[in-house]
Design a protein around this ligand. Structure first.
Ligand code: AMP
Length: 299
């Protein structure tokens, strides 16, 4: 569950208006390369059929995607030339404003639950409909940390893992140092915290210590929108595919998250995923292993 919407995005590579976006769109398609995905969200009557078809083509189960009268969620943003910062120009919740998510009855036993970025009240609403999921992860954003902090804190008490970017981790915790921020966030509830740092990679803080996954070096970044959600998709897709939550599975999931994120930035919207297959994912996974491999020799 999370946002599905229409994005207007400008980067040094160009501009796209009203293209498929939303945290749950990126998440679902990325995860669907690895495991079956059920999507809960809402769109308005202006949501193009072509985008519904795209989700269907990727085998995302849309039984939980409501279409109601009104306008679809919209977000627009612009990136600095070096992609180091993003400015949100506009966020319109539209049909998400009055959304009351209702999980299809056969979905309440879903074992792996991802609450993608959206109002924490909606994230809690979905979580409350699930029966003893095995692993619950969630994401959030500055918009909700500022606007819905008490609800977000209630949600955090009930999730296993929180994924967020470095700026958001600092904002949520009030700590400038990332390990200190992760410690403070873990005290809020989630046993594990993944801090995403754009092209500096992602850090996992959990009981077992710290694990670092680099970002795959990409020469032609086109649009970083959705990289975090695609990371979460690769991560949860692998967890669900393996069916366990062991430290080894979580480490591999961090790398598959990085693999899916690295593809997502190579084009606007979800366009890179349209021409992606498991073979390319396997190839980049192998390249990742080479990227980070070194022998633990005696020095
Ligand atoms: P990311 O680049 O991973 O932070 O995700 C960007 C996606 O999040 C875009 O496709 C937006 O449509 C979506 N988004 C932006 N702002 C919000 C918000 N306040 N709540 C939910 N989703 C949002």
């Amino acid at each position: 569950m999370g946002s599905v919407g229409l994005d207007t995005v400008e980067t040094r590579a160009g501009k796209r208006a009203d293209v498929l976006g939303g945290a749950a769109s990126y998440f679902s398609v990325a995860a669907a390369f690895l495991a079956p995905v059920r999507l809960t969200a809402v769109v308005g009557t202006d949501f193009p059929d072509a985008y519904t078809k795209l989700l269907e083509t990727h085998q995302v189960d849309l039984a939980g995607l409501e279409r109601v009268a009104g306008r679809t969620f919209r977000w627009s943003g612009i990136y600095a030339a070096d992609f180091s910062t993003r400015t949100t120009l506009d966020t319109q919740l539209n049909v998400f404003q009055d959304f009351r998510p209702k999980l299809p009855a056969t979905w309440t036993d879903s074992a792996y639950v991802f609450l993608a970025n959206i109002d924490p009240v909606l994230q809690l609403g979905v979580l409350e409909q699930t029966k003893k999921p095995r692993f619950v992860a969630c994401d959030t954003m500055n918009f909700w940390i500022e606007g819905k902090r008490p609800d977000l804190l209630r949600l955090l008490e009930r999730v296993d893992m929180l994924l967020l970017n470095d700026e958001e981790a600092r904002q949520l915790s009030g700590q400038a140092n990332l390990p200190a921020a992760a410690r403070a966030i873990r005290a809020m509830g989630p046993k594990s915290v993944v801090i995403k740092r754009g092209d500096a990679g992602a850090l996992l803080f959990h009981e077992g210590g710290v694990f670092s996954a680099p970002a795959f070096p990409i020469e032609d970044v086109v649009d970083p929108t959705g990289a975090g959600d695609s990371f979460a998709g690769g991560f949860m897709g692998w967890m669900a595919r393996q069916g366990d939550t062991s430290p080894a599975t979580i480490r591999t999931a961090m790398i598959l998250g990085s693999v899916l994120a690295s593809f997502s930035v190579e084009d606007f919207s979800l366009d890179r995923f349209r021409r992606l297959d498991l073979g390319q994912i396997r190839e980049r996974f192998a390249a990742f292993a080479d990227l980070v491999h070194f022998d633990k020799i005696k020095i």
